[in-house]
Design a binder for this molecule. Structure first.
Ligand SMILES: Cc1ncc(C[n+]2csc(CCOP(=O)(O)OP(=O)(O)O)c2C)c(N)n1
Length: 318
């Protein structure tokens, strides 16, 4: 069984169609797909609305059998059995869509949450330390999930402008590639990618490019989990991420676990020429009252482009 949010369907499309499909290898599997941005469901963020609106059509277009997991627990079990039988009989993937809140309402919130990494630095404190140490004209690209929300709030709290922050609210795993392209296009600017361990692992191929950008600073907050969506553990809890960075060719690599240490290392690396990578070992968790960016993604992008002198590359939003 493969469990994913519907935004993960894009990543899965190629292996599903080019490998698992009946016409190729014919791999029976169950896809359990969380349906964010369901048109009939509760209001959701812009990055989920577009994906949510086309989720059924995508499954349809891929010729994948699919059904909506029902609310009643006994029916769920029957549907799971049926889907597994179908996948085996047909020799291909079968998808079950999961509506928001279904597991907690049908099964109670008995989910087991994995323990965080040892140590006490929270992601938000790590981001505060970054903002303390970075020059005010540094350009930042922040990964999908709570990191972007926290960065937005830190700026707001400090009365700072958001114009040099691009928040990659969707496209998980691509913040590093975006930061790399900006670093290439603006070689005199300091470009900083504020990333997560899950995001880094998802599209790790980007590291080989990022390492080539002398003005790029890649900060990966390693809480050993997909913290933003329930804290599912990632393999990063047991990995030294800096070793990947060194192997990919980053000029400078560090690993820290405290805010003061992070500020110190940032100060030091900002003086040096060459790409830098810092792993920040953090614990899971966020403030219960964490808000959401009040600037829509499209406006964020336009202000950001204008702030780095890239406005006019394409038309403003209608
Ligand atoms: C392609 C894709 N898959 C899944 C998601 C759902 N999602 C949003 S944030 C997130 C977790 C990110 O984990 P990590 O990068 O470790 O950052 P953390 O949440 O721990 O700060 C996931 C899985 C998504 N937005 N896009």
């Amino acid at each position: 069984m493969v469990y994913m949010q519907n935004s993960g369907l894009g990543n899965a499309m190629n292996p599903l169609l080019s490998l698992a499909a009946r016409q190729v290898c014919g791999v029976p599997m169950l896809l359990l797909v969380g349906w964010r941005g369901e048109p009939e469901g509760a209001a959701d963020e812009p990055q989920h609305q577009r994906q949510g609106a086309v989720t059924l059509a995508l499954l349809q277009a891929c010729g994948l059998r699919h059904a909506l997991l029902e609310h009643e627990a006994s029916r769920c079990w029957a549907q799971l059995d049926e889907a597994v039988q179908q996948a085996k009989y047909l020799g291909e993937p079968v998808a079950l869509l999961v509506r928001r809140g279904l597991f907690s309402s049908s099964f109670g919130d008995g989910c087991v949450r994995a323990a965080g990494l040892a140590g006490g630095l929270a992601r938000e404190q790590a981001l505060e330390a970054c903002i303390d140490a970075l020059p005010s004209d540094a350009v930042t690209v922040t990964t999908t999930g709570m990191a972007a929300r926290e960065l937005f709030e830190i700026r707001a709290r400090r009365g700072m402008d958001h114009a040099l922050d691009f928040l990659a609210v969707g496209g998980m795993g691509h913040a590093a590639a975006i930061a790399f392209a900006i670093a290439q296009a603006r070689p005199r600017r300091c470009v900083v990618c504020l990333d997560g361990d899950g995001a880094m692992l998802m599209h790790m191929g980007a590291l080989s490019h990022c390492a080539q950008a002398a003005n790029l600073l890649h900060v990966v907050i390693n809480n050993g989990a997909h913290d933003s969506v329930g804290g599912q553990p990632t393999a990063a809890a047991a990995l030294e991420l800096g070793r990947f960075a060194s192997a990919a060719g980053y000029a400078h690599v560090a690993s820290v676990g405290e805010a003061a240490e992070l500020r110190g290392v940032l100060g030091e690396l900002l003086q040096r020429r060459g790409s830098s990578f810092i792993e920040v070992r953090c614990v899971k968790g966020s403030r219960a009252d964490l808000g959401r960016p009040r600037i829509p993604p499209r406006i964020n992008k336009e202000r950001f482009m204008s702030a780095i002198g890239a406005a006019g590359v394409h038309q403003e939003a209608p």
